[in-house]
Design a protein around this ligand. Structure first.
Ligand code: ACM
Ligand code: ZN
Length: 766
């Protein structure tokens, strides 16, 4: 026994050192740390075969980076005591993108099958060095590393239509991707708000479609559509020369750019340029934001000249982009204009199609034929499954994983990009304390925990999942700093999901390694989210009493809190274990690491203690299993919801809420209210009306009030509203609340004609 204990005592510091001295993200396949280190200084030479162009490009990248970090110009292929060796040589097991590092005190070698592998080896080396030039020595621990990726599609998307980002910002995005071994840049170049790629044959696409009336003073959802005569001053586009340069820039970093030329919907910008492409053929301007009506967003699927136009556009796109895949969009097509269009209906008839879904499928298949003739493949959002998938199309699964599963089972290639957790336009900790975002919540840990292979696929089907992708839509993002904030550090978590073997993933280890990366972001002036330091405040509701439980995703952290509304700091109460709440109060809490408050803003939770707290809630129809919140009694847990609808709310899809609370015995009450949220973009609408009833026996109920909603379902800001009834004091045992939902999503909403959601957080009885 004793021997074992001694062995552990000796081993432990070594193991911990190994963890703390490497800063790899993503974590390599295997790392074996040795004693000692290799120091890059004037006594160091780079050795490589100068005849191999591929190696030279990698060496040039390495030596220019070392020069910027240290001022040294490392000599090449001369005699010096310490060598950095670059080699491309056939090496088993590591594949097209893998590399091997071998670091001793006198030599550092990077070996790979390809230039891509050398570049990734270099990125791994650079992650061990300071992020910027300092006085620190350039020291790399001695080690043996073998590394290669788990998935071949490690994607990041960027919407440059809702906001145009300059070529410099695009290159910065590409640089960040390359640092974390991401290899596909999905460039969303076309949408309603702007056409961003020069097409020589159709100059108006950018001259007209690239510019919109500037309404950036308003949040996206409130921006009214431009009126005729208003100046279109906001936008921009990339010339074909700029695009070629960006493609080459990305290729030098092993990044393939997949262009997205959206169709047949989301093209109000193209129609602004050429109105004849739409069903109505009426002049219009590109969309300014999300509040519009009577605008054409679709190409006319019955007009043969539209197909000719798209072939001409795609011919230029294919000439520019070497990518094997061309993304043709396909998402969120409102089929109504096609229902009303004589040409579209004639096409349905002529081609023997059943409905507008099949018309969309016909449209995509026509485009696919052209793309295949050009020796490329199409990829589209998962709506392209509806009405029949084009024969060799790849599918990007964004509305959850179901589309990806369906396509993989049909042996089509799939990229996983489900809204949860791959949409990086969602909050990572907020809404409180974060810049305004589209809604939803994808925390750093939720991204880290993502497994791209759905459980529903067998081993054979799983092979069709090429990888996954983080998507960044930019309705709410207008600056490079905000862009950085949304992807940092979530992209780092995704990179580990996509590169590292699943068995090597380790959340605590990732947290530890992340520290040197966020220090580097600070040094380089990169903006990143500290959302992972947010305190999560939960409750445990049991036998009529309520306890508060707090935790944070961050490793090695402590939590301090207040209950009087003041801002917590290290002098506040230290959280040690769950505690009871007996009166209404607001809890505010922060995460502290090494004596420093890490949260950018304290987390806060309002508790209302009322007569219904911790009592049983019975629903006539159950709440959606997607929104379980804090369990069956969420509407009586004393917790008010916030602007984050994913927490503390029960959601009802297309159904009324009928909830009965049994107070257990007779209680004197004089008011009841229920809290609801509206979030238009998330398909959540206030109820039409709420009726409040009471009963002494649970059988006969008497109405004590009804409140009718007067706020329109088209109101697009995210907001909360309480519905209430005040009445003469009376003794009752049962309370029933009937919230009538609005029915289908309103006209002009992306979900028009489909059932809307209704969300409630608490029934407060006093
Ligand atoms: C999408 O987010 N509409 C693909
Ligand atoms: Zn039409």
């Amino acid at each position: 026994m004793k021997k074992v204990v001694i062995a552990l005592v000796v081993l432990l510091p070594l193991m911990m050192k190994a963890q703390s001295i490497t800063n790899f993200i993503p974590q390599p396949v295997s790392v074996e740390i040795k004693t000692g280190s290799f120091i890059i200084d004037e006594q160091t030479v780079i050795q490589f075969n100068e005849q191999q162009k591929e190696i030279k490009a990698a060496v040039d990248f390495f030596s220019s980076t070392i020069k910027s970090l240290s001022g040294f110009s490392l000599p090449k292929n001369t005699a010096k005591p310490k060598k950095i060796i670059f080699k491309i040589q056939s090496t088993q097991e590591i594949g097209n993108e893998g590399y091997q590092l071998s670091v001793t005190p006198f030599s550092l070698s990077i070996i790979a099958n390809t230039k891509a592998g050398l570049l990734y080896g270099i990125q791994s080396i650079l992650q061990q060095l300071p992020a910027i030039r300092t006085n620190a020595v350039l020291e790399i621990p001695c080690m043996e590393v073998k590394d290669y990726p788990r998935f071949k599609w490690r994607g990041m998307h960027l919407d440059v239509s809702r906001h145009f980002f300059s070529p410099e910002v695009i290159k910065e995005y590409i640089d960040l991707m390359a640092t974390y071994k991401m290899n596909v840049f999905h460039w969303h170049l076309v949408d309603d708000g702007g056409w961003r790629i020069e097409i020589k044959k159709y100059p108006l696409l950018t001259q007209v479609g690239g510019w919109r009336v500037d309404k950036t003073n308003l949040p996206w959802g409130q921006r009214p559509q431009a009126q005729p005569g208003e100046q279109a001053t906001y936008g921009g586009f990339y010339t074909q020369e700029q695009i070629k340069e960006i493609i080459a820039y990305a290729a030098a970093k092993n990044i393939t750019i997949v262009p997205e030329i959206e169709m047949p919907g989301h093209v109000a910008s193209a129609i602004a340029a050429y109105p004849a492409l739409s069903c109505k053929q009426v002049p219009q301007l590109p969309l300014t934001g999300g509040n519009y009506n009577n605008i054409s967003s679709n190409y006319c699927a019955g007009n043969d000249s539209v197909y000719q136009f798209l072939q001409n556009v795609l011919a230029e796109v294919i000439d520019l982009f070497p990518s094997a895949y061309i993304h043709i969009g396909g998402d969120e097509v409102d089929k109504d204009p096609w229902k009303k269009c004589a040409r579209c209906q004639a096409k349905i008839k002529a081609k023997g199609l059943k409905n507008e879904e099949e018309l969309q499928s016909y449209f995509i298949k026509e485009i696919e034929k052209f793309v295949i003739a050009k020796k490329r493949k199409i990829i589209g959002w998962d709506e392209i499954l509806e009405g029949g998938l084009a024969p060799s199309a790849a599918v990007m699964s964004w509305r959850g994983e179901a589309g990806g599963v369906e396509a993989a089972k049909m042996h089509h290639e799939v990229i996983m990009s489900p809204g949860n957790p791959c949409y990086f336009d969602n909050y990572q900790a907020g809404p409180e304390g974060e810049p305004l975002a589209i809604g939803g919540m994808n925390t750093l840990k939720s991204v880290y925990d993502y497994e791209p292979i759905p459980k529903d696929l067998n081993t054979e089907e799983a092979k069709y999942v090429l990888g996954a992708q983080g998507n960044l839509w930019t309705e709410f993002i207008t600056t490079a700093a905000h862009l950085e904030y949304m992807i940092l550090p979530r992209m780092l978590a995704l990179s580990e999901v996509l590169w590292s073997p699943a068995a090597n993933k380790n959340w605590l280890g990732f947290n530890e390694r992340l520290k040197s990366h966020t220090r580097g972001f600070d040094q380089k002036g990169l903006n990143y989210s500290k959302g992972n330091f947010k305190v999560n405040i939960k409750t445990i509701s049991e036998k009529g009493s309520l306890q508060v439980d707090m935790f944070t995703e961050a490793d090695n952290a402590t939590i301090y809190y207040t209950t009087d509304g003041s801002t917590p700091d290290i002098g506040s109460t230290l959280y040690t274990k769950p505690f009871y709440i007996t009166s209404s109060q607001i809890i505010k809490a922060v995460t502290v690491i090494n004596g420093l408050v890490m949260s950018t803003k304290p987390a806060e939770q309002t508790f209302v203690i009322h007569k219904g707290v911790a009592k049983n809630v019975q629903y006539q129809t159950p709440y959606s299993t997607y929104y379980p919140a804090n369990g069956a009694n969420t509407l009586a847990d004393g917790i008010k919801g916030t602007l984050d609808h994913g927490k503390n709310y029960h959601g009802f899809n297309g159904k009324d809420l009928v909830a009965t609370i049994d107070l257990g015995n007779s209680q004197t009450i004089s008011s009841i209210n229920i809290g609801c949220i509206q979030s238009y973009r998330s398909w959540i609408f206030l109820p039409q009306s709420v009726k409040f009833e009471v009963s002494t026996d649970g059988l006969t109920f008497t109405e004590v009030g009804t409140e009718t909603n007067s706020i329109p379902a088209t109101e697009q800001s995210v907001f909360l509203k309480s519905f209430k009834a005040n009445f003469k004091e009376q003794s009752v045992r049962f309370v029933r609340v009937i919230a009538k939902q609005i029915g289908n999503c309103p006209k002009g909403h992306p979900g028009e004609g489909k059932a809307g959601w209704m969300f409630a957080d608490e029934i407060v009885i006093q």
